[in-house]
Design a protein around this ligand. Sequence first.
Ligand code: BJW
Ligand code: ZN
Length: 251
Amino acid sequence: MKDIKDIEIIVEKLIDSERVAVLTGAGVSAESGIKTFRDPDGLWAKFNPAELASAQGFLSNPELVWEWYNHRRSVLEEAKPNPGHYALAELEKLTNNFTLTTQNVDGLHQQAGSENVYELHGSIVKNHCFECCEPYLSEIDIRDKEIPKCESCGGRIRPSVVWFGEMLPEEAIKKSEIAALNSEIYIVAGTSGEVYPAAGLPSIASNSGALVVDINPNLTAIGKYADVHLAYPSAEILPVIVSEYKKAVGI
Ligand code: BJW
Ligand code: ZN
């Protein structure tokens, strides 16, 4: 592999680091069959984010938004974590003070065994009331076109994801910023770095001296902060990093 020198640098840094932080995006779930957003065959090539991923869009056509999320939930029912998810879950157990910030709403990191996960954009498997924000804990039938009603106020239920123009979960963004600030190595995988505030995290890590690693087949906005760019699918290269790490420490 032509990038073996880069992998050695990453492994050495992982061994030396007291704090390891990772930021993931949709590309990490691509090999699980989940579409990304901004690739040529991504969701935003076919669907309008203003209509489907904003409170305004939900107010204009809640049924359309609910149906779209239920369709994505049906895709997710068939999806399984891929070797990239499993490699990150293993890295958490091998390294010190590991944190994983994800923009993904699919829960696949947790399914793979990752524990210290900060979900910046919420979760597609959870729901809450659009009006009063009360969590909706009853099971939903994703084949039912009718939107469930809040048991407290009768308002319409929406998926617990973060839409454009909405604030991110306070604790998740705060902990993610602290993790970026304190990390000695910051691994970014599968994100275009287009959506803020998540896209600002690699620059926080870089400015505080972390080695920033970008794992992405394509060059993105993350490029200007990355010390190392590995142009591979994450499901391919993350397991290599973990196996080289284990070799280096003799496991
Ligand atoms: C692979 C691969 C493989 C492929 N292996 N890699 C102007 C300037 C700056 C900011 C703003 C602005 N105007 C508005 C804003 C704020 C806005 C924003 O950032 N907009 C930008 C688009 C300009 N942000 C917000 O509104 C956020 N809230 C906020 O800021 O609150 C404060 C505020 C409030 C009011 C006013 C102003 C400020 C909220 C953002 C919410 C984002 N929500 C979504 C939908 C979530 C729900 C759902 O799933 O439906 O989150 S949008 C979508 O983008 C989703 C993702 O999490 C997010 C990031 O995408 P990601 O993960 O990077 O995916 P892609 O597709 O972009 O990239 C995939 C990458 O993978 C590619 O690079 C591929 O090459 C790579 N890849 N295969 C490795 N196998
Ligand atoms: Zn309610």
